[in-house]
Ligand binder design. Sequence first.
Ligand code: FEO
Length: 392
Amino acid sequence: MNAVEVKKDVYWVGVKDWNLVEFHGYKTPHGSTYNSYLIMDDKITLVDGVKHYLTDEQLARIQSLVDFSKIAYIVVNHVEQDHSGSVPALMKLAPQAKIVTNAMGKRALEDHFDTTGWEYVIVKTGDSLSIGRRNLEFVTTPMLHWPDSMMTYVKEDKLLLSNDGFGQHYCTDALFVKDAKFDVVMREAQSYYANILFPYGAQAEKALNTAGDLGLDIEMIAPSHGCIWSGEKEVSAILAAYGKWASGKDEGKAVIVYDTMWGATATLADAVMSVFQDAGIPVVKYCLSNKDVSEVMVDFLDAKYICVGSPTLNNELFPRVAAFLTYMKGLQPKNKKAFAFGSYGWKPGVVNNIQAVFEALGWETVAPFEEKYTPKSDVVEKIKERVKEMIA
Ligand code: FEO
Protein backbone atom coordinates (compact mmCIF):
# COMPACT_ATOMS: atom_id res chain seq x y z
CA MET A 1 0.00 0.00 0.00
CA ASN A 2 1.37 3.40 -0.97
CA ALA A 3 1.13 6.63 1.00
CA VAL A 4 -2.48 7.86 0.75
CA GLU A 5 -3.62 11.49 0.66
CA VAL A 6 -6.33 11.93 3.32
CA LYS A 7 -6.66 15.72 2.98
CA LYS A 8 -4.95 17.95 0.42
CA ASP A 9 -1.21 17.55 1.06
CA VAL A 10 -1.79 15.47 4.18
CA TYR A 11 -0.75 11.85 3.68
CA TRP A 12 -1.22 8.64 5.63
CA VAL A 13 2.25 7.10 5.96
CA GLY A 14 1.40 4.55 8.63
CA VAL A 15 1.64 0.77 8.70
CA LYS A 16 -0.76 -2.14 9.00
CA ASP A 17 -0.16 -4.95 11.48
CA TRP A 18 -2.37 -7.66 9.99
CA ASN A 19 -0.99 -10.42 12.20
CA LEU A 20 -1.28 -8.74 15.62
CA VAL A 21 -3.22 -11.11 17.90
CA GLU A 22 -2.77 -9.34 21.20
CA PHE A 23 -1.76 -5.93 22.48
CA HIS A 24 -0.35 -6.10 26.00
CA GLY A 25 -2.91 -8.66 27.09
CA TYR A 26 -5.78 -7.30 24.99
CA LYS A 27 -6.79 -9.78 22.27
CA THR A 28 -6.93 -8.15 18.83
CA PRO A 29 -8.79 -10.52 16.48
CA HIS A 30 -8.73 -7.94 13.67
CA GLY A 31 -5.06 -6.95 13.99
CA SER A 32 -4.22 -3.26 14.23
CA THR A 33 -2.63 -0.33 12.44
CA TYR A 34 -0.17 2.33 13.56
CA ASN A 35 -1.15 5.43 11.64
CA SER A 36 1.23 8.25 10.93
CA TYR A 37 0.59 11.39 8.90
CA LEU A 38 2.91 13.52 6.77
CA ILE A 39 1.87 17.14 6.21
CA MET A 40 3.49 18.61 3.09
CA ASP A 41 3.62 22.29 3.97
CA ASP A 42 6.45 24.88 3.96
CA LYS A 43 7.78 23.10 7.04
CA ILE A 44 7.17 19.45 6.33
CA THR A 45 5.78 17.78 9.43
CA LEU A 46 5.44 14.14 10.35
CA VAL A 47 2.91 13.26 13.03
CA ASP A 48 3.64 10.09 15.05
CA GLY A 49 5.91 7.14 14.47
CA VAL A 50 5.01 3.45 14.34
CA LYS A 51 5.86 0.21 16.14
CA HIS A 52 9.56 -0.60 15.83
CA TYR A 53 9.25 -3.82 13.79
CA LEU A 54 7.37 -2.01 11.01
CA THR A 55 9.75 0.96 10.86
CA ASP A 56 11.03 0.15 7.35
CA GLU A 57 7.51 0.23 5.94
CA GLN A 58 6.89 3.67 7.38
CA LEU A 59 10.24 4.94 6.12
CA ALA A 60 9.48 3.69 2.60
CA ARG A 61 6.12 5.48 2.55
CA ILE A 62 7.68 8.74 3.72
CA GLN A 63 10.53 8.42 1.23
CA SER A 64 8.02 7.98 -1.63
CA LEU A 65 6.92 11.57 -0.90
CA VAL A 66 9.93 13.45 0.44
CA ASP A 67 13.59 13.18 1.30
CA PHE A 68 14.18 12.87 5.04
CA SER A 69 16.44 15.93 4.98
CA LYS A 70 13.37 18.07 4.20
CA ILE A 71 11.41 17.14 7.33
CA ALA A 72 11.25 20.10 9.74
CA TYR A 73 9.14 18.66 12.57
CA ILE A 74 8.24 15.27 14.01
CA VAL A 75 5.23 15.53 16.30
CA VAL A 76 5.24 12.89 19.05
CA ASN A 77 1.71 12.83 20.41
CA HIS A 78 2.43 9.85 22.68
CA VAL A 79 5.56 7.93 23.61
CA GLU A 80 4.14 4.41 24.05
CA GLN A 81 6.29 2.37 21.70
CA ASP A 82 3.56 1.48 19.21
CA HIS A 83 3.85 5.17 18.20
CA SER A 84 7.43 6.02 19.05
CA GLY A 85 9.23 2.81 18.10
CA SER A 86 10.37 4.24 14.76
CA VAL A 87 11.31 7.68 16.13
CA PRO A 88 15.01 6.87 16.78
CA ALA A 89 15.38 5.62 13.18
CA LEU A 90 13.58 8.71 11.91
CA MET A 91 15.84 11.00 13.93
CA LYS A 92 18.92 9.28 12.49
CA LEU A 93 17.66 9.96 8.95
CA ALA A 94 16.31 13.43 9.74
CA PRO A 95 18.61 14.80 12.49
CA GLN A 96 17.61 18.35 11.56
CA ALA A 97 13.97 17.69 12.52
CA LYS A 98 12.71 19.12 15.78
CA ILE A 99 10.57 16.92 17.99
CA VAL A 100 7.28 18.59 18.87
CA THR A 101 5.87 17.21 22.10
CA ASN A 102 4.83 18.27 25.60
CA ALA A 103 7.01 18.33 28.71
CA MET A 104 5.94 14.83 29.77
CA GLY A 105 6.55 13.56 26.25
CA LYS A 106 10.12 14.89 26.26
CA ARG A 107 10.77 13.21 29.58
CA ALA A 108 9.29 9.91 28.38
CA LEU A 109 11.35 10.00 25.16
CA GLU A 110 14.49 10.52 27.22
CA ASP A 111 13.48 7.59 29.46
CA HIS A 112 13.00 5.30 26.47
CA PHE A 113 15.73 6.22 23.98
CA ASP A 114 19.15 7.73 23.51
CA THR A 115 17.98 11.23 22.60
CA THR A 116 21.41 12.86 22.45
CA GLY A 117 21.33 15.81 20.07
CA TRP A 118 17.54 15.85 19.64
CA GLU A 119 16.00 19.31 19.60
CA TYR A 120 12.52 19.97 20.88
CA VAL A 121 9.60 22.33 20.57
CA ILE A 122 7.69 21.90 23.83
CA VAL A 123 3.97 22.61 23.61
CA LYS A 124 0.92 22.65 25.87
CA THR A 125 -2.83 22.94 25.41
CA GLY A 126 -3.74 26.02 23.39
CA ASP A 127 -0.28 26.44 21.84
CA SER A 128 -0.07 26.86 18.09
CA LEU A 129 2.77 26.13 15.67
CA SER A 130 2.84 27.63 12.17
CA ILE A 131 4.18 25.26 9.52
CA GLY A 132 3.41 27.52 6.55
CA ARG A 133 -0.12 27.62 5.23
CA ARG A 134 -1.24 25.63 8.25
CA ASN A 135 -1.25 26.08 12.01
CA LEU A 136 -1.01 23.10 14.30
CA GLU A 137 -2.80 23.41 17.62
CA PHE A 138 -2.21 21.08 20.53
CA VAL A 139 -4.44 19.61 23.21
CA THR A 140 -2.62 17.72 25.94
CA THR A 141 -4.75 14.87 27.30
CA PRO A 142 -2.79 13.69 30.36
CA MET A 143 -3.64 10.15 31.49
CA LEU A 144 -5.69 9.58 28.37
CA HIS A 145 -4.03 7.21 28.70
CA TRP A 146 -0.40 8.11 29.54
CA PRO A 147 0.90 11.28 31.22
CA ASP A 148 2.35 12.42 27.87
CA SER A 149 -0.72 11.79 25.68
CA MET A 150 -1.71 14.66 23.39
CA MET A 151 -3.66 15.40 20.21
CA THR A 152 -2.75 17.65 17.31
CA TYR A 153 -5.37 19.73 15.50
CA VAL A 154 -4.73 21.04 12.00
CA LYS A 155 -6.89 24.12 11.99
CA GLU A 156 -7.01 24.85 8.25
CA ASP A 157 -7.99 21.25 7.46
CA LYS A 158 -10.39 20.85 10.41
CA LEU A 159 -8.43 17.69 11.07
CA LEU A 160 -7.85 16.18 14.51
CA LEU A 161 -4.86 13.83 14.72
CA SER A 162 -6.04 12.10 17.84
CA ASN A 163 -3.43 9.39 18.46
CA ASP A 164 -4.95 6.68 20.73
CA GLY A 165 -8.22 8.61 21.18
CA PHE A 166 -11.02 7.38 18.89
CA GLY A 167 -8.77 4.51 17.76
CA GLN A 168 -9.63 0.90 17.03
CA HIS A 169 -7.49 -2.19 16.82
CA TYR A 170 -8.80 -2.90 13.34
CA CYS A 171 -6.68 -3.69 10.33
CA THR A 172 -8.48 -3.54 7.01
CA ASP A 173 -7.79 -2.43 3.44
CA ALA A 174 -10.14 0.49 4.04
CA LEU A 175 -8.45 3.61 5.35
CA PHE A 176 -11.70 5.42 6.14
CA VAL A 177 -14.58 4.31 8.34
CA LYS A 178 -17.00 5.10 5.50
CA ASP A 179 -15.34 2.38 3.40
CA ALA A 180 -15.22 -0.21 6.19
CA LYS A 181 -17.90 -2.23 7.98
CA PHE A 182 -19.38 0.42 10.26
CA ASP A 183 -20.66 -2.00 12.92
CA VAL A 184 -17.28 -3.70 13.17
CA VAL A 185 -15.46 -0.36 13.44
CA MET A 186 -17.80 0.83 16.18
CA ARG A 187 -17.49 -2.44 18.09
CA GLU A 188 -13.68 -2.24 17.87
CA ALA A 189 -13.76 1.43 18.95
CA GLN A 190 -15.88 0.37 21.95
CA SER A 191 -13.50 -2.49 22.72
CA TYR A 192 -10.55 -0.09 22.48
CA TYR A 193 -12.20 2.31 24.89
CA ALA A 194 -13.15 -0.50 27.32
CA ASN A 195 -9.71 -2.11 27.33
CA ILE A 196 -7.44 0.95 27.15
CA LEU A 197 -9.30 4.09 28.19
CA PHE A 198 -11.88 2.75 30.68
CA PRO A 199 -10.08 4.06 33.80
CA TYR A 200 -9.87 7.56 32.36
CA GLY A 201 -13.49 8.58 31.76
CA ALA A 202 -13.02 11.85 33.66
CA GLN A 203 -10.00 12.72 31.51
CA ALA A 204 -11.92 11.80 28.35
CA GLU A 205 -14.80 14.06 29.36
CA LYS A 206 -12.33 16.84 30.09
CA ALA A 207 -10.66 16.42 26.69
CA LEU A 208 -14.01 16.53 24.92
CA ASN A 209 -14.91 19.68 26.87
CA THR A 210 -11.53 21.25 26.11
CA ALA A 211 -12.06 20.62 22.39
CA GLY A 212 -15.41 22.37 22.75
CA ASP A 213 -13.91 25.27 24.74
CA LEU A 214 -11.20 25.77 22.13
CA GLY A 215 -13.90 25.80 19.47
CA LEU A 216 -12.29 23.05 17.45
CA ASP A 217 -14.32 22.58 14.29
CA ILE A 218 -13.71 18.93 13.45
CA GLU A 219 -14.36 17.56 9.98
CA MET A 220 -12.08 14.54 10.21
CA ILE A 221 -10.65 12.55 13.12
CA ALA A 222 -7.54 10.61 12.17
CA PRO A 223 -6.47 8.34 15.05
CA SER A 224 -3.23 6.39 15.20
CA HIS A 225 -5.03 3.03 15.27
CA GLY A 226 -7.62 1.76 12.81
CA CYS A 227 -9.80 3.70 10.38
CA ILE A 228 -10.18 7.46 9.93
CA TRP A 229 -13.48 9.10 10.87
CA SER A 230 -14.44 11.35 7.93
CA GLY A 231 -17.85 12.73 7.08
CA GLU A 232 -20.41 14.22 9.40
CA LYS A 233 -22.20 10.97 10.19
CA GLU A 234 -19.02 9.13 11.16
CA VAL A 235 -17.47 11.99 13.16
CA SER A 236 -20.74 12.64 15.03
CA ALA A 237 -21.14 8.92 15.78
CA ILE A 238 -17.74 8.50 17.40
CA LEU A 239 -17.93 11.79 19.33
CA ALA A 240 -21.37 10.81 20.68
CA ALA A 241 -20.12 7.34 21.59
CA TYR A 242 -17.13 8.77 23.48
CA GLY A 243 -19.41 11.21 25.27
CA LYS A 244 -21.55 8.30 26.42
CA TRP A 245 -18.70 5.97 27.40
CA ALA A 246 -16.85 8.74 29.23
CA SER A 247 -19.97 9.69 31.19
CA GLY A 248 -20.06 6.20 32.74
CA LYS A 249 -23.84 6.05 32.26
CA ASP A 250 -25.08 2.48 32.10
CA GLU A 251 -28.00 1.02 30.16
CA GLY A 252 -29.29 -1.15 32.98
CA LYS A 253 -27.71 -4.29 31.52
CA ALA A 254 -26.40 -7.30 33.46
CA VAL A 255 -23.13 -9.15 32.83
CA ILE A 256 -22.46 -12.60 34.27
CA VAL A 257 -18.86 -13.83 34.16
CA TYR A 258 -17.88 -17.23 35.50
CA ASP A 259 -15.90 -20.39 35.02
CA THR A 260 -16.74 -23.91 36.05
CA MET A 261 -15.02 -27.23 36.84
CA TRP A 262 -17.78 -29.85 37.14
CA GLY A 263 -20.78 -27.70 36.19
CA ALA A 264 -21.83 -26.44 39.65
CA THR A 265 -20.88 -22.80 39.07
CA ALA A 266 -22.39 -23.02 35.59
CA THR A 267 -25.69 -24.16 37.13
CA LEU A 268 -25.57 -21.19 39.51
CA ALA A 269 -24.75 -18.83 36.61
CA ASP A 270 -27.80 -20.12 34.71
CA ALA A 271 -29.97 -19.49 37.76
CA VAL A 272 -28.58 -15.95 38.09
CA MET A 273 -29.28 -15.30 34.41
CA SER A 274 -32.87 -16.53 34.64
CA VAL A 275 -33.68 -13.86 37.24
CA PHE A 276 -32.52 -11.07 34.94
CA GLN A 277 -34.41 -12.60 32.03
CA ASP A 278 -37.61 -12.94 34.06
CA ALA A 279 -37.25 -9.30 35.13
CA GLY A 280 -36.83 -8.16 31.50
CA ILE A 281 -33.27 -6.95 32.14
CA PRO A 282 -30.88 -7.41 29.19
CA VAL A 283 -28.22 -9.91 30.23
CA VAL A 284 -25.08 -11.49 28.75
CA LYS A 285 -23.29 -14.52 30.19
CA TYR A 286 -19.65 -15.36 29.56
CA CYS A 287 -17.78 -18.50 30.54
CA LEU A 288 -14.09 -17.64 30.73
CA SER A 289 -13.11 -21.00 29.25
CA ASN A 290 -14.15 -19.70 25.84
CA LYS A 291 -14.22 -15.90 26.16
CA ASP A 292 -11.24 -13.65 26.48
CA VAL A 293 -11.25 -11.04 29.22
CA SER A 294 -10.84 -8.21 26.71
CA GLU A 295 -14.04 -9.28 24.97
CA VAL A 296 -15.92 -9.50 28.26
CA MET A 297 -14.87 -5.97 29.23
CA VAL A 298 -16.68 -4.42 26.25
CA ASP A 299 -20.00 -5.19 27.93
CA PHE A 300 -18.91 -3.57 31.19
CA LEU A 301 -19.15 -0.12 29.60
CA ASP A 302 -22.95 -0.01 29.72
CA ALA A 303 -23.64 -2.62 32.42
CA LYS A 304 -25.34 -1.83 35.71
CA TYR A 305 -25.15 -5.32 37.28
CA ILE A 306 -22.02 -7.47 37.46
CA CYS A 307 -22.15 -11.07 38.70
CA VAL A 308 -18.93 -13.07 38.95
CA GLY A 309 -18.80 -16.78 39.74
CA SER A 310 -15.92 -19.11 40.51
CA PRO A 311 -15.31 -22.71 41.52
CA THR A 312 -12.73 -23.41 44.23
CA LEU A 313 -9.43 -24.95 43.12
CA ASN A 314 -6.82 -25.77 45.77
CA ASN A 315 -8.48 -23.32 48.15
CA GLU A 316 -8.13 -20.51 45.64
CA LEU A 317 -10.24 -18.86 42.98
CA PHE A 318 -10.26 -20.70 39.68
CA PRO A 319 -7.20 -19.25 37.87
CA ARG A 320 -9.09 -17.84 34.86
CA VAL A 321 -11.50 -16.04 37.21
CA ALA A 322 -8.58 -14.67 39.24
CA ALA A 323 -6.91 -13.42 36.05
CA PHE A 324 -10.14 -11.82 34.91
CA LEU A 325 -10.59 -10.05 38.26
CA THR A 326 -7.03 -8.69 38.13
CA TYR A 327 -7.54 -7.36 34.59
CA MET A 328 -11.00 -5.95 35.32
CA LYS A 329 -9.92 -4.30 38.58
CA GLY A 330 -7.14 -2.45 36.75
CA LEU A 331 -9.70 -0.96 34.37
CA GLN A 332 -11.65 0.42 37.34
CA PRO A 333 -15.28 0.30 36.18
CA LYS A 334 -17.39 2.53 38.38
CA ASN A 335 -20.88 2.55 39.92
CA LYS A 336 -21.81 -1.10 39.50
CA LYS A 337 -24.07 -3.33 41.58
CA ALA A 338 -22.37 -6.65 42.09
CA PHE A 339 -22.85 -10.21 43.24
CA ALA A 340 -20.20 -12.89 43.90
CA PHE A 341 -21.12 -16.55 43.72
CA GLY A 342 -19.38 -19.89 43.45
CA SER A 343 -18.97 -23.48 44.53
CA TYR A 344 -16.58 -25.52 46.66
CA GLY A 345 -15.85 -29.10 47.67
CA TRP A 346 -14.75 -29.09 51.28
CA LYS A 347 -13.61 -25.62 52.24
CA PRO A 348 -15.79 -22.57 51.55
CA GLY A 349 -14.61 -18.98 51.28
CA VAL A 350 -13.14 -18.12 47.89
CA VAL A 351 -16.18 -16.02 46.96
CA ASN A 352 -14.88 -13.56 49.55
CA ASN A 353 -11.93 -12.91 47.24
CA ILE A 354 -14.36 -11.82 44.52
CA GLN A 355 -16.27 -9.74 47.04
CA ALA A 356 -13.02 -8.03 48.09
CA VAL A 357 -12.44 -6.87 44.50
CA PHE A 358 -15.97 -5.48 44.30
CA GLU A 359 -15.42 -3.62 47.56
CA ALA A 360 -12.04 -2.27 46.43
CA LEU A 361 -13.83 -0.82 43.41
CA GLY A 362 -16.41 0.81 45.67
CA TRP A 363 -19.33 -1.10 44.15
CA GLU A 364 -22.66 -1.74 45.84
CA THR A 365 -22.98 -5.45 46.66
CA VAL A 366 -25.25 -8.09 48.11
CA ALA A 367 -23.88 -10.91 50.27
CA PRO A 368 -21.84 -13.50 48.35
CA PHE A 369 -23.35 -16.93 47.77
CA GLU A 370 -21.61 -20.29 47.55
CA GLU A 371 -22.71 -23.90 47.54
CA LYS A 372 -21.00 -27.20 48.31
CA TYR A 373 -20.67 -29.53 45.31
CA THR A 374 -23.76 -29.78 43.11
CA PRO A 375 -26.54 -27.20 43.66
CA LYS A 376 -29.95 -28.87 44.15
CA SER A 377 -33.24 -27.21 43.29
CA ASP A 378 -33.64 -25.57 46.72
CA VAL A 379 -30.18 -23.97 46.34
CA VAL A 380 -31.07 -22.70 42.90
CA GLU A 381 -34.11 -21.01 44.40
CA LYS A 382 -31.97 -19.49 47.17
CA ILE A 383 -29.47 -17.93 44.77
CA LYS A 384 -32.33 -16.52 42.72
CA GLU A 385 -33.62 -14.77 45.84
CA ARG A 386 -30.16 -13.16 46.32
CA VAL A 387 -30.20 -11.82 42.77
CA LYS A 388 -33.73 -10.50 43.22
CA GLU A 389 -32.46 -8.67 46.31
CA MET A 390 -29.80 -7.01 44.13
CA ILE A 391 -32.19 -5.78 41.47
CA ALA A 392 -35.01 -4.78 43.85
FE1 FEO B 1 -1.43 3.20 20.90
FE2 FEO B 1 -0.95 4.16 24.13
O1 FEO B 1 -0.47 3.50 22.49
